[in-house]
Design a protein around this ligand. Sequence first.
Ligand SMILES: *Cc1c(COP(=O)(O)O)cnc(C)c1O
Length: 440
Amino acid sequence: MLHEGGIFGFLPLDALAASCIGGTPPLRSRLSASHTMPFDPHSIRDQFPILASEVNGQPLVYLDNAATVQKPRVVLETSLAYYEETNANIHRGTHHLSQKATAAHEAARDRIAHHLNAASPDEIIFTSGTTDGINLVANILTGSISAEDEILISALEHHSNIVPWQMLAQRTGATLRVIPVLEDGTLDFGAFQDLLSPKTKLLAITQVSNAFGTPVPVKDYISAAHAVGSLVLVDAAQSVAHKVIDVQDLDADFLVFSGHKIYAPTGIGILYGKTSSLENLPPWRGGGEMIKEVTYESSTYNELPFRYEAGTPNIEGGIALAKAMDWLSDLGLPSVAAHEQLLIETAAASLADVEGLRFYGPSHRQGSLSFNIAGIHHYDLGTLIDQMGVAVRTGHHCCQPLMNRLGTTGTVRASFAAYNTMEEVEKLVNAVKKAAMMLA
Ligand SMILES: *Cc1c(COP(=O)(O)O)cnc(C)c1O
């Protein structure tokens, strides 16, 4: 892959911009080996009303997509249309509207199952987000874990893929072990193999690091963990908008993500659970929808996926999520990903000559570019960049242990989506350079 200061060292940014919007094919083909159609972000920006905003008198440059991504109008309209035309509670009424809402809700489940290539829509459980899905799995595994057992996570995990496992370890007496991260922000696969043993009952691992953009070859981790009889949960929050996910090919037992990171609203998420891994696990939350029969003495529980969907779900959110997946598939996820890759690599190459700038993560990154400048606090840098209209994230990115490990309290993170342009990369680079001069 391309390294910082690589082929862009001698190219002005507008040449790069031209290449991004279809100018010079040789450069593009050197950058992405994948055989994808060139993608023009300008063709979709109109679909995002918020991108026309101004911040501090400057046009908004939104580069905080790893925290949450903006929503295209078609998704927003889907939410509104649901309330205007369909709103009713599901799986309950015999009346027309209730049946219409139920059908739309279940069609969304089918669509999402198809997007992930799940073997059955029964493996798709609606949650409120990644955090909710991980907590659900951590709770239903309580009875399967004993004090001699071990739970494995990686050093790259988001707090929401750390804390629920700590709580599970506290409940059960099991030991939580951590796959170490190397200096370049990748995981130590050899150390992971050494940590695996018949005591390993669960591996919880991210597919892409939200802090550094490190892509993790989770398939290798999954097969190695399965070989010792462990279950595996994949945190796909940061990969779902940038990668085609095939849950049957990955063979994870559980995979979770949030709708708001894949162009859908907040408050909706998905837990994929392989039928054979989920079917013998107990319910967690009790309430309506998850039961078959209730008496005051006891209840019998519904089958999958309803057993894990207590209470009225976010009906509109699920339908909007399915629409967001349609929208992204129509654009072509591989083309969008290749476009984002070009933006990241260009930003990295253009920032590489800033004095004292250090990148975190490997030279091949997905979605996010994380860095610091020696002697400048990430918060000061982020604040100044924001004043120039460029929204980036600063801080620990919900990965405090990882930051500690790499000897920093946080970084500046620029993260990219389909609608970001090469002109915006140029604005980021200029803003960072200007801020660095002002703060030096
Ligand atoms: C955003 C994120 C989460 C948490 O998602 P919520 O929507 O806050 O539940 C977990 N893991 C990763 C890798 C993330 O990027």
